[in-house]
Ligand binder design. Sequence first.
Ligand SMILES: Cc1ncc(COP(=O)(O)O)c(C=O)c1O
Length: 386
Amino acid sequence: MTIKKSLSRRSFLSASSLAAGFGFMTATNTVSAKSMNLLDASSIYGPPLHVAKLNANENPYGPSLKAIEAMTEAIGNGAYYVDKSADILREMIAEKHGLTKEHVLLSSGSSSSLTSLAMMASQHGSILGSDLFWDATSKMGTRNSKYGIKRIAKTKDLSIDLDAMYSNIDDETNLVQICNPNNPTGTIIPSENLKKFCKKASLKTMVLVDEAYNEFTDNPEINTMIPLIKSGYNVVVTKTFSKIYGLAGMRVGYMIASPNTIKLVSEYGHNHFYSLNQAGIAAAIACYEDANFLVYSKSKITEAREMIDLALKANGLSSLPSQTSFMFVNLGKIDAEDFRKEMAKENILIRGIYQDYINWSRVSFGKINDVKKYIDALPKVIASLS
Ligand SMILES: Cc1ncc(COP(=O)(O)O)c(C=O)c1O
């Protein structure tokens, strides 16, 4: 289908309604229920109303009202490249962690700085990771490298095996990558264990901790490894506005590391001009410390987590303990790809098989109504595959 055709009259009308909605917001500087409905009605920017989108760990309660207001203001200055606003956000992030803005690299989602780090590291060595982690960026980053990713099997309970990771660091290892909490398993490494690992492993090579889901954990401040950077360890942490902040489509993420590492990674195309956008930065500034929105989002995630947990048990299934906005479900004998297809027939989008974990299925905690659809479909889908 051509792009022109896919932009049907219906889409065009939605887009013009959106524009009208934004015009209204600019005029009054408020976000009305009417304009929010127009945003919800648009299925060109998000899932159609009848589809439960539980496959990408987005926070459907975002963007926050503050973020929407800030974006509305920023788009009027879309003629200008990002400059000062990015420094303001870098300073806000640095101040929160007692660091300088030279420790902070903003990027188009955390994906782009993660990919750059993988490219940089794999020029002269391999990346060491667990067998199942969010590896999209390390795969991209190592594409032209002769080294690639070296994977370490998990423990029996599907935790990351830190002892095995440590003993597999060799002269060729140029980066150790840990996702905590991990995607797609949703589990967390206890903070003390990870801290010990980071301290000793970073004496041998650089350690990257991807903390995309840190804010969903029971104790984000204890679970983050950022203080190690302040103490001078060779540790890099990435975080994102795509998850709890509800800004996945606005593409803002960041990397925290020593100023030297930040300088080296930024040479892979992370000038403010290249990869940032005014609206995304405005939104991130507006919601970075928006405690009300963050607490609300976390409460909805917790509610969904408890609902799915109960429903799985009622249907004879189990899952790994989740500290994230998604859950890794043990389907027993059911094939996860078949399960995904059956759910899709019910207009419920979830993930299929990850590598050789053929009976494990990942479901995101989306809107409560969408989670209900998943729960309601469970008995039928399980019966059809048993
Ligand atoms: C663990 C993890 N890290 C990083 C990302 C990248 O997200 P973004 O580029 O939107 O910041 C994702 C996306 O799902 C993720 O799951």
